[in-house]
Design a protein around this ligand. Structure first.
Ligand SMILES: [Zn+2]
Length: 380
């Protein structure tokens, strides 16, 4: 999968039973699944995390996923069979937030307490991202759009693909995923429900053990036919760690859910515009990620201003794309680039950029930093 970003995303249709979909995913992306396992293990090791403990912990989650969402577990087993990668390692990819964010939270707190165990305090290990939702009255065509720049390890940028699920017993959907992760992250379903996600860290992360993983919840959001059922997977049960989940509906609704382990804060658009980055904007929990990634403090507000400036004329997809290419604070900008002053294993950048047209059931997507190419259109 070493294609150029200008080639856009590889798009794969997965159909049949969960096991069949998983096997197809695993066979087709066997090298990329193995590569993701290797790259995440390398990254975790760099953080000083015990790899055997991570693997054992991930293996424990297979039973949790089996209980919470048997179809997801079946699809994950299919990926393991199809790719030849051990199930515990495939599970590790699917629960990487749950197994790693609490460990990183402890290290960040140790670092800011001046504890030498914490090692260096460099680029944030959280999936950095700047996300948005725009809805009437702010949009030129009266449509509703959600999306984001997905800023993460540059090393995994080649191991992404667009997963199109064609199913008889659940909605069809189109979502970006990392090879090996069956849930998907950023996408839209046939009912016009769309999803964007950002990493967050709060002081309670890791307090609850073995809860339903976020990637399972993301799949469940896109499995929903109704908007309340799209919110349910995020809010109904408590969580191991924190995440920001922005959910939109083609008929003009956008809700941002700042999820901590035991509570969810909601944020709604103002005048049709909503943005979010990687810190809690409400003060109900202690937000931690900005200690290591202060750029989050300006990326969200800046994107909001850039979008709001276009709202009177009516925001068009091209306006959002231009805003997602913003370079204020480069390399820690909305359009994020590699900071060569940090060790290569920590190199991060915008690996993917999406503007999702919920009414049109289509993704406008760009692989790599959006300043480096054109958005391609992928319709469901
Ligand atoms: Zn750029």
């Amino acid at each position: 999968m070493s294609t150029s970003p200008t080639d856009g995303f590889e798009r794969v249709v997965l159909s049949g039973s969960p096991a069949e979909r998983g096997r197809e995913h695993g066979e087709r992306f066997a090298d990329a699944v193995a590569s993701n396992v290797e790259l995440y293990r390398e990254r975790f090791a760099h953080e000083g995390v015990d790899l055997d403990a991570i693997r054992d912990h991930a293996a424990e989650y297979v039973d949790v996923i089996e209980r919470e969402n048997p179809g997801y577990a079946e699809e994950m087993r299919g990926v393991a069979e199809g790719s030849g990668v051990p199930l515990a390692d495939v599970a590790m990819l699917n629960v990487r937030w749950e197994v790693i964010y609490p460990a990183w939270k402890d290290q960040t707190e140790a670092a800011t307490d001046g504890d030498e165990r914490a090692g260096r305090s460099g680029e944030s290990p959280v999936d950095g991202c700047t996300s948005f939702g725009v809805a009437p009255p702010a949009t030129a065509d009266g449509g509703t759009y959600v999306g984001q720049n997905w800023d993460w390890l540059a090393s995994v940028a080649d191991n992404l693909f667009l997963m199109e699920l064609r199913r008889d017993d659940a909605p069809d959907l189109l979502a970006m995923t990392e090879a090996g992760i069956v849930g998907g992250k950023i996408g839209v379903n046939e009912h016009g429900i769309g999803l964007a996600v950002n990493g967050l860290i709060s002081d309670g992360d890791g307090t609850n053990a073995l809860r339903k993983p976020y990637h399972v919840r993301f799949r469940e959001v896109l499995d929903a036919e109704r908007f309340d059922d799209a919110l349910r997977p995020i809010v109904e049960t408590d969580r191991v760690c924190s995440a920001n989940v922005l959910v939109g509906h083609a008929d003009g609704e956008v809700i941002d859910l700042e999820a901590a382990p035991d509570l969810v804060n909601t944020i709604y658009p103002e005048d049709g515009v909503l943005t979010h980055a990687n810190h809690f904007e409400t003060d109900a929990v202690e937000s931690i990620n900005e200690r290591r990634s202060p750029s989050t403090l300006y990326r969200g507000p800046r994107l909001r201003r850039l979008l709001a400036a276009e709202a009177e004329e009516g925001i068009e997809p091209a306006d959002v794309q231009a805003a997602l290419r913003d370079h204020f604070g480069r390399p820690s900008s909305i359009c994020s680039h590699v900071d060569e002053s940090v060790p290569a294993v920590e190199y991060g950048q915008t690996n993917a950029s999406f503007v999702i047209d919920l009414a049109g059931r289509r993704l406008l997507g760009q692989r790599g930093p959006p300043c480096e190419g054109e958005y391609h259109e992928y319709a469901l």
